[in-house]
Design a protein around this ligand. Structure first.
Ligand SMILES: *Cc1c(COP(=O)(O)O)cnc(C)c1O
Length: 352
């Protein structure tokens, strides 16, 4: 607290990201990063772009990157918006589409940034409870006054809604914007992008941070009706004309271009996920059905917090949420096959 803070600042409760330890020896399974790194072609493109042109501002419209994203998703450039990570895209969406006069709706267990943004922007909200097995109950999201926000697959559960279910949400809420945050959709889900031509109230948000292994460059994007994209552009240009720098624009384009590398990395992670789930079940864990690059697990006999601290001692970092409903669980990012073998081997020594 300081006497120089304004009255709003004193009431903010910011998002708390997972740890980014300096020690590189650790097995880092705590922030859902991609263990394989970006495509070599992306690295090459960025290296080539490190030159004198860095003195120039980047393209404020990010046209080439938006075109690449549009082509890959069978959309037009007017249906694509890019921002400095999907966190920023989400923040701009709150400013563009949600109002202090109408309640928005998102699940009580989901990406915790939604609540942070709602508080920051003064948007009222309700948070329907997930079912005891962590499923979203669609009947809780009918005729929502101000907007709907769903992470699909959900975080930190990894549980996926089908496109048919997303379409029900859209049909039940024709008068507000429905944001589907697809940060993890590439790991086994079906994107709602195909619904965009039929629903002017749908905004699909995705990121290069997880499946495309570019968390360090901060590239996120939204896809939707041109009127929604135009709204986002207006808010963006009232705040920061150049959210994506030259290197990020180049990397993003190169990443979209290297579809083969993208597919192979995603497939490897999915395979390792399925192997890890099997092993965890054999060790007596209950594992929620995940279509993401992480799993959410609990053990009937071992306390999650104890396991979290013990793994940490062994330089294996996973995520533990010390909060109601989540405190019996660990969220474990899917690393390389070797990293997951090390995790399982370590857990085994405690499970005799
Ligand atoms: C990781 C994550 C994001 C943020 O992604 P960035 O593009 O890195 O900002 C957004 N939503 C969910 C659900 C996430 O897990």
């Amino acid at each position: 607290m300081s006497r120089f803070w304004n009255e709003r600042l004193s009431f903010l409760s910011p998002y708390i990201p997972g740890e980014q330890p300096k020690n590189e020896q650790i097995i880092k399974l705590n922030t859902n990063e991609n263990p394989y790194g970006p495509s070599p072609k992306v690295l090459q493109a960025v290296q080539t772009a490190v030159n004198d042109t860095l003195r120039l501002y980047p393209d404020p419209l990010a046209v080439e990157l938006r075109q690449a994203i549009a082509r890959r998703n069978k959309l037009t450039v007017e249906q694509v918006f890019v921002g400095n990570g999907s966190d920023e895209v989400l923040a701009l969406s709150f400013m563009a589409f949600f109002s202090s006069k109408r309640k928005i709706c998102f699940p009580n267990i989901t990406y915790s940034f939604y609540q942070v943004y709602a508080n920051l922007f003064g948007i009222p909200y309700t948070c329907p409870k997930l079912s005891p097995d962590f499923q979203i109950c669609l009947e809780d999201y009918m005729q929502v006054p101000g907007g709907v926000l769903i992470a699909n697959p959900n975080a930190p559960t990894g549980i996926l809604l089908s496109c048919v279910e997303i379409e029900q949400l859209l049909q039940q809420n024709p008068d507000c914007v429905v944001i589907v945050d697809e940060a993890y959709i590439d790991f086994g889900g079906e994107s709602a992008v195909s619904l965009i031509p039929n629903y002017e109230n749908l905004l699909v948000v995705q990121t290069f941070s997880k499946s495309r292994a570019l968390a360090g460059l901060r590239i996120g994007f939204a896809m939707g009706h041109p009127a929604l994209i135009q709204g986002l552009e207006i808010v963006k240009n009232s705040f920061n004309s150049y959210p994506l720098d030259r290197l990020a624009l180049v990397a993003g384009k190169a990443s979209i271009k290297d579809e083969l590398y993208f597919q192979s990395v995603v497939q490897k992670i999915i395979q390792t996920r399925e192997w890890t789930v099997q092993q965890m079940v054999q060790l007596g864990f209950t594992v929620l059905p995940s279509q993401a690059n992480f799993i959410f697990v609990t053990h009937p006999k071992k306390e999650a917090k104890t396991l979290f601290l013990a793994l940490r001692e062994q330089n294996i970092f996973v995520r533990y949420f010390a909060q109601e409903l989540l405190s019996d669980y660990l969220r474990i990012t899917i690393g390389t096959q070797k990293e997951m073998e090390a995790l399982i081997a370590t857990l085994k020594t405690w499970m005799v």
